[in-house]
Design a protein around this ligand. Structure first.
Ligand code: ADP
Ligand code: ASP
Ligand code: MG
Length: 821
C-alpha cells in the first residue's frame, strides 16, 4: 500500500465516555475506517465507567461487582463480534475476571495491574471489531511500548525509551498499512511491572505515540464538542473554544478541566503537532485545535476551570517577616508529606503564605508543617497552621490576559455582584491564569458568574470591552441616518461609541468589530435610494436580528429604536439579550398598559435601562428633569405641555393673522407635518406624548381613555388626502372665528395636554396672553412641571422640540448616559 506508507501517520484516541456501548464502538470503528488509508494508530480507553468500577473493586472486591463487570464486556463482545473472534474474546474476558475473583488485598502496584485490564479488554474488542470489518489490524500491548518509572497510580514516562519502542514496533506496522490498536492509560516499568499514568491517562498515551511517530495531528474523540469555555456540567451555556495555545490548554487541564489529561501535552514540547479535541457524535466537526498558534487579542480570557475538593492551608505569623527560607521549608514539608499543591499565594508583607491541597491530604500536610515549624511555633514566631476545608480553586485562563487591563477587576466585580466571598487570590506572573479560592458552596456560582462576566457563552467572548459601548440601530430612516453618523464619530467624553449593527424591516447588517463611518454612510445612502438592508446584509425580522446579534460578545450593548413601529417584542428580546434600550419611538410606550408594564419588567428583570427622552421633547431634557426631581425627593403632580412642534407652528401663524389653509400649507412646505397632516391635527401624536408623561406620573389608563379633541373637521376625516388638501379653504372661516373669540378674551389658542396621575386631557384651549405658553414661538415646545417644590411658580422648559437634529441630540444624550453609567 504505497500511499499509506508515504503519508503522515495519524493518532486517534477514543475516550471511555465514547465507548459506552457496542454501537458506540462500531461508530468509533467507522471513524477509523473513514480515515484510512492514512497510517493510523488507535488508542482506546476502558469502556465507560470501567476504570471507576475496577477501582471500586480494588477497594473491596465483591463477587457481585465482578460478575456485573464481566457481563458488561460480554454484552459488547456478543453484539459486536461473530464466530471465532467472538469465542476468543469471550474466553479472554472470562479469564480476566476469573483472576479478579481471586484477588487479595490491593496495593498501588496490584491496583494498577488490575486497572490495566479495562484498557486492555476494550482495545482487544476494538481490534477484533476492526478486523471483522476487513481492516488489517494489530493489537499492541501498552507494556511493549510505554516505559515508566514505578510511580504506581501516577507513573512518569521515560520519553526516550518510549520513543524508540513505539517507532520500532508501530512504525513497522503502520508502514505496512496495518492499523495499530493500543490500550491507553497504562505502561510498564523496565522490569515489566504494569503501571498507570493517572486518571485520564489515555490522552497522554495518544500524544506519546504521536510524538514518537512524527504525527501531525492527534484526534482525541470525546463526548463533548471540543474544549469548552467551562465544564458543561457546571456551566450549561459553555461554548466551544475553536483554538487554544498549548500553554492555555495545559493550564486548563492542570486546573481541573477534566477534558484533557494534565500531562498530555508534555510529550509534544514545541513540536508542530495539533491536538484536536473532537466530538465523537459529530466526526465532521474539527472541535478544538490545541497548537502553537496564538490567538490572543480578540479574546484574552479563553476559559474557566476549577479544582474542587481542596483545602486552604495558611502558615502565618509575625516572625516570618524577612526571614529567608520560610517558603522553601513550607513547601519542603508539604512535599515531604507527599502532598501536591495547586495554588500558592503570599502577601507581600510576608506575614502569611497560603496554598491549596486536595482535601484528603490536608491533615497530612498540616502535621508535616507543624513538625517542621515546631521551634518557630514554640517561640511564637509562627502562629500556627490553619486549615480551611471545603474550598474550590477557580481559574480563568488565557495568554492574552497579560496584555489586557481590567481582567482582574471584572472577575472580582462579577464575584462581588454574585455575593461570593473570595478567600484567596493568586495570579502567576505570566498572567496566564488568575485564580481565586472560594467556599465549596460557591464553586459553581463563581464559575457561572465569571463565565457570564467575560461573555464566554458568546461568539468572540473573553474580552473586557471596558469603556466601550456597542450600538445597534433599529431603523435607518430620517433620524437613523444622521444618528449613525453622530455615533460613528466615536470618542465622546471618553466613552467610545461604536455602531455594530443596523436593522430595518427587511433584515440587518452586523459586524461585531463595528461598522465604520464609511460603511454606515454607504448603507444610509442605499436605504435612501430604497434598497432594503436584506439586500446587502442578512434577511430576517428584527427579533431574529436581535437573536443573531446576541450570540456575539458585545460591550455594554444598547439598542436604539428610531422606528415608528410596534416594537415591544423586539425591546423585550433586547433586554433579555442584555441590551439597554433607547427609544425615539413612541409606539411601544403607548400601547396597552399591560405591554408597557411588560417592557419595564423585562428591563428590571435583566438589570437593563430603558431611556426615552426623545419620545416627548426630542432634544429637550424633559424625562431627565422629571427623573432628577423625583431622585431629589420632589413629587411631580402634573405636567402641562405643548409638545407638538407642528401644532405650535400652526397656532403661532394663526395668531399672527394668517389663514388656516395658508398656515397649514406653510407647515407642510417646511416639512413640519406628518405625510398626512391630519395625523398631527387629530391630536394622536400629542396624546401619545401625554400618555408617556402620564404613565410616568402613575396614570394607569390606555390611549383610548384619553380625552382628545381632534382638530380635523368631522367631514374631513374619511376623505382622501388630496381632497382634504384641496378643500382646506373651506375651514378657514371657522378657524378665524375661533382665533377672534380667543383674542376677544385676551388670550391665544394653544393645543395643550395636561397629564396627572388620574387623568390626561388633550385639546384646544385659550391661554392668557401673558402666560408662558402664549409666548411660544415657531415649532418650539413647552413643558410645565407642577411639583411639591415648584407649586406656585411652576418649572417651565421650552425650546425647539422637533426635527431630526434635536431628536438625534436627545438620543445621543441617552446613549451617553448609558455609556458613562
Ligand atoms: P474521555 O472520554 O476522552 O476520557 P473525559 O471524560 O476525560 O473524556 O473528558 C470529557 C469531560 O470533561 C466532559 O464530559 C466534561 O464534563 C468534562 N469537562 C470539564 N471541563 C471541560 C471543558 N472545559 N470543556 C469540555 N469538557 C470539560
Ligand atoms: N480509563 C482511564 C480513566 O478513566 C483512563 C482514560 O480514560 O483516559 O481515567
Ligand atoms: Mg479522560
Amino acid at each position: 500500500m504505497p500511499r499509506a506508507a508515504s503519508s503522515v501517520p495519524e493518532v486517534h484516541k477514543f475516550g471511555g465516555a465514547s465507548l459506552a456501548t457496542a454501537e458506540a464502538m462500531a461508530h468509533a470503528v467507522a471513524i477509523v475506517l473513514a480515515h484510512r488509508p492514512a497510517p493510523i494508530a488507535v488508542v482506546v480507553s476502558a469502556l465507560a465507567g470501567v476504570t471507576d468500577a475496577l477501582l471500586d473493586i480494588a477497594a473491596k472486591a465483591t463477587p457481585g461487582k465482578v460478575t456485573a463487570l464481566r457481563r458488561k464486556h460480554l454484552v459488547v463482545a456478543r453484539a459486536l463480534l461473530t464466530g471465532a473472534p467472538q469465542k476468543e474474546l469471550i474466553s479472554v474476558i472470562d479469564e480476566a475476571f476469573d483472576e479478579l475473583k481471586r484477588l487479595g488485598e490491593m496495593t498501588p502496584r496490584t491496583t494498577d495491574w488490575l486497572l490495566a485490564r479495562g484498557e486492555r479488554l476494550s482495545a482487544r474488542l476494538f481490534a477484533a471489531a476492526l478486523e471483522q470489518a476487513g481492516c488489517p489490524v494489530a493489537f499492541v500491548p501498552a507494556n511493549d511500548l510505554i516505559t515508566t518509572d514505578a510511580g504506581f497510580g501516577q507513573a512518569s514516562v521515560d520519553l526516550a525509551r518510549t520513543d524508540r519502542a513505539v517507532r520500532k514496533t508501530l512504525g513497522r506496522l503502520l508502514a505496512r498499512g496495518v492499523v495499530a490498536v493500543v490500550p491507553g492509560f497504562t505502561g510498564a516499568t523496565p522490569q515489566g511491572e504494569i503501571t498507570t499514568l493517572g486518571r485520564g491517562g489515555s490522552d497522554l498515551t495518544a500524544t506519546l505515540l504521536a510524538r514518537a511517530l512524527g504525527a501531525r495531528e492527534v484526534s482525541l474523540w470525546k463526548d463533548v464538542p471540543g474544549v469548552l469555555t467551562a465544564d458543561p456540567k457546571v456551566v450549561p451555556d459553555a461554548h466551544v473554544v475553536p483554538q487554544l495555545h498549548v500553554r492555555e490548554a495545559a493550564e486548563l487541564a492542570y486546573y481541573g478541566a477534566k477534558v484533557l489529561h494534565p500531562r498530555a501535552l508534555i510529550p509534544l514540547g514545541k513540536r508542530n503537532v495539533a491536538v484536536r479535541i473532537r466530538p465523537f457524535a459529530n466526526p465532521d466537526s474539527q472541535g478544538t485545535e490545541i497548537s502553537q498558534r496564538r490567538t490572543l487579542r480578540g479574546y484574552p480570557v479563553k476559559a474557566i476551570s476549577a479544582i474542587p475538593g481542596q483545602a486552604l492551608l495558611t502558615v502565618s505569623g509575625n516572625g516570618m517577616l524577612g526571614v529567608p527560607g520560610i517558603a522553601a521549608r513550607t513547601f519542603e514539608a508539604v512535599h515531604h508529606a507527599g502532598v501536591s499543591v495547586s495554588l500558592i499565594s503570599q502577601a507581600s508583607s510576608e506575614h502569611s503564605i497560603c496554598f491549596t491541597v486536595p482535601s484528603g491530604s490536608a491533615e497530612r500536610a498540616r502535621r508535616s508543617l507543624r513538625e517542621t515549624f515546631r521551634g518557630e511555633i514554640h517561640r511564637r514566631e509562627i502562629d500556627g497552621v490553619e486549615v480551611q476545608a471545603g474550598v474550590v480553586a477557580v481559574a480563568i485562563v488565557g495568554l492574552g490576559m497579560a496584555a489586557t487591563p481590567g481582567i482582574a477587576a471584572r472577575a472580582f466585580s462579577a464575584l462581588a455582584d454574585a455575593g461570593i466571598n473570595v478567600v484567596a487570590i493568586a495570579q502567576g506572573s505570566s498572567e496566564l491564569n488568575l485564580s481565586v479560592v472560594v467556599d465549596r458552596r460557591h464553586g459553581a456560582a463563581a464559575q457561572r458568574a465569571m463565565h457570564t462576566a467575560f461573555q464566554l457563552n458568546k461568539l468572540d467572548g473573553g474580552a473586557v470591552g471596558a469603556g466601550r459601548t456597542d450600538i445597534v440601530l433599529l431603523g435607518l430612516g430620517q433620524i437613523g441616518r444622521p444618528l449613525s453618523a453622530m455615533f460613528s464619530t466615536s470618542k465622546r467624553d471618553g466613552a467610545a461609541l461604536r455602531v455594530v449593527g443596523v436593522i430595518d424591516r427587511s433584515g440587518f447588517v452586523f459586524d461585531a468589530a463595528g461598522l465604520s463611518a464609511r460603511r454606515l454612510a454607504t448603507l444610509g445612502a442605499a436605504k435612501r435610494r430604497g434598497t432594503p438592508l436584506a439586500k446587502v446584509g442578512q434577511k430576517g425580522t428584527a427579533s431574529e436580528a436581535i437573536a443573531f446579534i446576541a450570540r456575539h460578545a458585545l460591550a455594554n450593548p444598547v439598542l436604539v429604536d428610531v422606528t415608528a413601529d410596534d416594537t415591544a417584542d423586539v425591546l423585550v428580546a433586547a433586554f433579555a439579550a442584555g441590551m439597554h434600550v433607547v427609544l425615539a419611538n413612541k409606539k411601544p410606550l403607548t400601547g396597552p398598559k399591560r405591554v408597557y408594564d411588560e417592557i419595564g419588567a423585562a428591563a428590571a428583570a435583566h438589570g437593563r435601562q430603558l431611556r426615552f427622552e426623545a419620545t416627548v421633547g426630542a432634544g429637550l431634557p424633559i424625562i431627565d428633569t422629571y427623573d432628577k426631581l423625583v431622585e431629589s425627593g420632589d413629587r411631580v403632580s402634573r405636567i402641562e405641555a405643548c409638545p407638538s412642534g407642528t401644532l405650535g407652528y400652526l397656532f403661532g401663524e394663526l395668531g399672527r393673522g394668517r389663514r388656516f389653509s395658508e398656515a397649514l400649507r406653510g407647515a407642510i412646505a417646511n416639512g413640519y407635518t406628518e405625510p398626512d397632516p391630519r395625523d398631527d391635527l387629530s391630536g394622536t401624536d400629542v396624546a401619545r406624548k401625554a400618555l408617556i408623561l402620564g404613565r410616568l406620573l402613575g396614570f394607569a389608563g390606555e390611549l383610548d381613555d384619553i380625552d382628545v379633541e381632534s382638530l380635523v373637521p368631522t367631514e374631513a376625516r374619511g376623505i382622501p388626502l388630496k381632497q382634504f388638501l384641496k378643500r382646506l379653504d373651506e375651514w378657514d372661516d371657522a378657524w378665524q372665528a375661533r382665533v377672534d373669540a380667543a383674542r376677544a378674551r385676551g388670550g391665544v389658542l394653544r393645543y395643550r395636554c395636561i397629564a396627572t396621575r388620574r387623568s390626561i386631557r388633550v385639546g384646544l384651549v385659550v391661554v392668557d396672553a401673558s402666560s408662558p405658553m402664549a409666548a411660544l414661538n415657531g415649532t418650539d415646545n413647552q413643558f410645565i412641571f407642577t411639583t411639591m417644590r415648584y407649586k406656585k411658580n411652576p418649572l417651565v422648559i421650552s425650546g425647539p422640540g422637533a426635527g431630526p437634529a434635536v431628536t438625534a441630540g436627545g438620543i445621543v444624550n441617552d446613549v451617553l448616559q448609558l455609556a458613562n453609567g
